[in-house]
Design a protein around this ligand. Structure first.
Ligand SMILES: Nc1ncnc2c1ncn2[C@@H]1O[C@H](COP(=O)(O)OP(=O)(O)O)[C@@H](O)[C@H]1O
Ligand SMILES: [Mg+2]
Length: 258
């Protein structure tokens, strides 16, 4: 589904010289796989997602989705990024309906689909609320529903639950897994949390510190559907978490050099 080959990214920064953010990344992601990217802050995780999203053209290397070169953003890849805020002037329903309406779906049909998605992400009853009336977790749910509404083949999620409290985060992880187990989209998911990555993923990609390279790719062979409460007690799960934690270079950000 996604082929990243030999991708490097150099940024020209003001005052400084060029900065190598990603170095020679090659990664193939199968159709329907849930793949997480883990790595220290600044290692280029967001940059990699932007490249796959088509928002940034890599300095070197090629990226393909379903065999087609990525030349820009497209409806086949749905970003769920903090930066893509909800439209503040549209209600929850208006935000979710926006994509299908843009794609030419009739108003009645878009509304019916959107109401279903809003229910699926657990926001039934909030259709006519505005973003400023919602909590952070609710906004993340709307953002997910909005992206699902235009049926992208690939979901690109950049630390979508990072800003949430532990309880809300756990609920959203469960909801995301339920949705994913239902329709098996390809997901590329960036996170800081090893537990989150192991719980959700088929594969975990561990990156090195800046300049980001792929350090290890770990297959997570835990049966699905996964239940968090059971996994936490499962020695296989615990071993994945401990092993992967040991692979991450967690040198503090103060020690980063450009
Ligand atoms: N638009 C940009 N211009 C210059 N440097 C950038 C830009 N975007 C990211 N960088 C740099 O690239 C590196 C990787 O950033 P990023 O992909 O955001 O890392 P991560 O998401 O892993 O924390 C950082 O050193 C960051 O400063
Ligand atoms: Mg980032």
């Amino acid at each position: 589904m996604i082929e990243i080959s030999g991708v490097s990214q150099v940024f020209q920064t003001s005052g400084r010289q060029s900065h190598l953010a990603l170095s020679n990344i090659s990664l193939t992601i199968q159709d329907g796989a849930f793949v997480s990217i883990l790595g220290p802050s600044g290692c280029g995780k967001s940059t990699l997602l932007y490249i796959v999203g088509g928002f940034v053209a890599p300095s070197q290397g090629t990226t393909r989705v379903k065999g087609k070169a990525i030349t820009g953003p497209g409806p086949d890849r749905g970003p769920v990024f903090q930066e893509f805020a909800l439209f503040p002037w549209k209600s929850v329903l208006g935000n979710v309906m926006y994509g299908p309406r843009q794609q030419g779906v009739s108003s009645a049909e878009a509304e019916a689909q959107s109401r279903q998605l809003i229910e699926m992400v657990g926001l039934k009853g909030f259709e006519h609320f505005y973003p400023k009336e919602l909590s952070g977790g609710m906004k993340q749910r709307v953002a997910l529903a909005r992206t699902l509404a235009y049926h992208p083949a690939v979901l690109l999620m950049d630390e979508p639950f990072g800003a949430l409290d532990a309880h809300t985060r756990t609920r959203l992880q469960n909801d995301l897994l339920n949705i994913w187990e239902r329709d098996r989209k390809t997901v590329l998911f960036v996170t800081h949390s090893v537990e989150e990555a192991v719980f959700l993923s088929d594969k975990v990609v561990v990156m090195t510190r800046s300049p980001g390279r792929i350090k290890r790719i770990i297959d997570i062979d835990l049966p699905r559907p996964r239940r968090r409460a059971e996994l936490l007690l499962d020695p296989h799960y615990q071993k994945y978490v401990v092993d992967i934690e040991g692979m991450i270079d967690d040198t503090s950000e103060d020690e980063l050099h450009p």
